[in-house]
Design a protein around this ligand. Structure first.
Ligand code: SF4
Length: 187
C-alpha cells in the first residue's frame, strides 16, 4: 500500500472515533434502542424497513460532515451490492420498476455498474438498498473507494451495530429472506 492510502487508512480510523464522540446523545440513545423498538413494533417488515431507512437518513445527515461521500461520487455503485427480497419488493412498489423475469446467476459483479446508476447518479436514491445506505467512507477523500483500489487495505467504514442488527432482524421477518446482488434482479 502506498503512503497516500496509508494516510487515508489512518484518517478513516481517527474519523470513526470522532463521529462516535460527537454523535448527539439523542441519536446515540435512539440507535442503542433500535433493535428493541423493531422487536416490539407492530408493523409489517416493509413498514419497519422504511422506519429504519428514515432513522438512517437522520443519523447520516449528522455524519455528512465527516465523509467525502456526495452526489456524483459513484465508486461504490461498481461494487457487489447485496439486496434482500424485502428491499426488492420495496423498490418495485415505490418506483414501479419490476424485477427481471430472467434473473442472472449468482456471480461477482465487482467493476460492473449498478443498473440504477444513470449519468453517475443513483436514479432510485430515495429507495436505494441498505447496502448503499450503510456504505459511508470516513477517509479524507474518496480515492480509496475506487473499485480498483478498495481491495488494497482495510479501511474503517461507518458502522452502527444496532442499525445492522435491526436490518438483519427485519429482513428475516419477511417470509422470504433471500439475498441477491442487485444486478441479478434488476437489469
Ligand atoms: S442502488 Fe443507487 S446507490 Fe445503490 S449501487 Fe445502485 S446506483 Fe448506487
Amino acid at each position: 500500500m502506498n503512503k497516500e492510502l496509508e494516510l487515508e487508512q489512518e484518517n478513516a480510523r481517527k474519523n470513526s472515533e470522532i463521529v462516535i464522540i460527537r454523535l448527539p446523545n439523542r441519536l446515540a440513545k435512539r440507535e442503542g434502542l433500535l433493535l428493541t423498538k423493531f422487536f416490539n413494533h407492530q408493523g409489517n417488515p416493509l413498514t419497519k424497513l422504511k422506519d429504519l431507512y428514515s432513522f438512517m437518513d437522520e443519523l447520516f445527515s449528522f455524519v455528512h460532515q465527516f465523509t467525502p461521500c456526495k452526489k456524483g461520487c459513484s465508486s461504490c455503485c461498481y461494487y457487489d451490492v447485496s439486496i434482500s427480497e424485502l428491499e426488492i419488493q420495496y423498490i418495485e412498489g415505490a418506483t414501479k420498476i419490476k424485477r427481471s423475469k430472467n434473473p442472472k446467476q449468482s456471480s461477482t459483479f465487482h467493476g460492473t455498474p449498478c443498473p440504477f446508476l444513470k449519468a453517475g447518479v443513483c436514479s432510485i436514491y430515495e429507495y436505494r438498498p441498505f447496502f448503499c445506505r450503510q456504505h459511508v467512507a470516513l477517509t479524507r477523500t474518496s480515492i480509496w473507494c475506487h473499485p480498483d483500489k478498495c481491495g488494497t487495505g482495510d479501511f474503517t467504514l461507518l458502522k452502527f451495530s444496532e442499525i445492522l442488527r435491526s436490518y438483519n432482524f427485519i429482513i428475516r421477518e419477511n417470509d422470504n429472506a433471500s439475498i441477491f446482488d442487485i444486478r441479478q434482479i434488476f437489469q
